[in-house]
Design a binder for this molecule. Structure first.
Ligand code: TYM
Length: 334
């Protein structure tokens, strides 16, 4: 198994990133066998596709690397690095730019959502973003890519790019990367709107639980989370049409490592006045130790930077042969 995944260092991590992606990363790392490799990276090159403040990008990269370590990513076992330190990502992305089709990129929902009506005013990078993402996984010949549901389409594109590259150049270079989407938390929704995903770009901080929120803030955000006046049902099917209630039950189940049925068996007939404090207790119990480890790690940012540099050196030794093979296939090298 070659497991690869990334996250953009564009601010704080939230509960959606944690339950949808990072907890899976850690589980896969912990279940790793001798022949397996796990690579996790901060997608700092991807962050360049949106307006940014350079000093903030550098600081966020260190802070988010520290957050990943605090969540359980172990730089001794997994290869943890930032993308910009492994130039093979950009080089392979350029090669794959010859393979990807404009029509494929035009269909990407994330591009359509982010560009909105102002396509002409977007950076070229925002449009070609999924090609770099394909390079990220194909560079390591990834077999498994643990992501939230919102990244599924980008992974399907990576599979199409892999197939077309192999076919066009008559090689068996890239295996098909398999998206691994957490069954427990494929898409955590906003606390203010059950139809929108929890996201760091939501202007309302009350819409998300940040991994750096203190215990009181976590409890307060959950207490104020939008719900409906009905009590919880005994059957998960009865949550259909109640997106906010459904989301809180999903979060509870993911945190408690239970099924929705199990959660409803405990809370059926009870109102949110009882459910929300129990959910807050669970969230605090999970996130408070992570925050404590993070505070400790941020006491030595240089050490986190050194860990990233070591990770990048390890990643480059794995990336170089694939890039060379892709260059040979394309006629750039003999
Ligand atoms: P990013 O930084 O937006 O999110 C990082 C990971 O968190 C997941 N996620 C969620 N999961 C469940 N519910 C949510 N509300 C939620 N919000 C975010 C995302 O699905 C993702 O797994 N393009 C990627 C970064 C990337 C990447 C890659 C990922 C670059 N190259 C190669 C995998 C492989 C992104 O912007 O994720």
């Amino acid at each position: 198994m070659i497991v690869v995944s990334g996250i953009q260092p564009t601010g704080n991590l939230h509960l959606g990133n944690y339950l949808g992606a990072i907890r899976q990363w850690v589980a896969m790392q912990d279940a790793m066998q001798a022949d397996d490799t796990c690579l996790f990276f901060l997608a700092d090159l991807h962050a360049l596709t949106q307006p940014l403040v350079p000093a903030e990008l550098a600081a966020n990269t260190i802070e988010m690397a520290a957050t990943l370590i605090a969540c359980g990513v172990d730089p001794d076992r997994a290869i943890l690095f930032n993308q910009a330190r492994v130039p093979e990502h950009s080089e392979l992305a350029w090669l794959l730019g010859g393979t990807a089709r404009v029509g494929w990129l035009n269909r990407m929902t994330q591009w359509k959502d982010k560009a909105g009506k102002n396509r002409e005013g977007q950076s070229v990078g925002l449009f070609t973003y999924p090609v770099l993402q394909a390079a990220d996984v194909l560079l390591y010949r990834a077999t498994h890519v643990p992501v939230g549901d919102d990244q599924k389409q980008h992974l399907e594109l990576a599979r199409d790019i892999a197939t077309k590259f192999n076919t066009d150049f008559a090689v068996e270079l890239f295996p098909q990367p398999e998206p691994y989407i957490s069954p427990a938390a494929p898409r955590i929704m906003s606390l203010r709107d059950g139809a929108a995903k929890m996201s760091k770009s939501d202007p309302s901080d009350a819409s998300r639980i940040n991994l750096i929120d203190d215990d009181d803030t976590i409890a307060q955000k959950l207490r104020r989370a939008k719900t409906d006046p009905e009590p919880l049902p005994d059957d998960p099917a009865a949550l259909a049409g109640r997106p906010e209630a459904q989301n809180l039950v999903t979060i509870y189940a993911a945190l408690a490592r239970q099924t929705g049925e199990q959660v409803l068996a405990t809370f059926a007939g009870k109102g949110f006045g009882q459910f929300k404090p129990a959910l807050a207790d669970l969230a605090v119990a999970e996130l408070s130790p992570i925050r404590a480890r993070l505070t400790q790690l941020l006491g030595d940012r240089a050490e986190v930077g050194a860990l990233l540099a070591q990770g990048a050196a390890r990643a480059r030794t794995l990336a170089a042969p694939t890039l060379l093979a892709a260059q040979r296939a394309s006629g750039l090298q003999i």
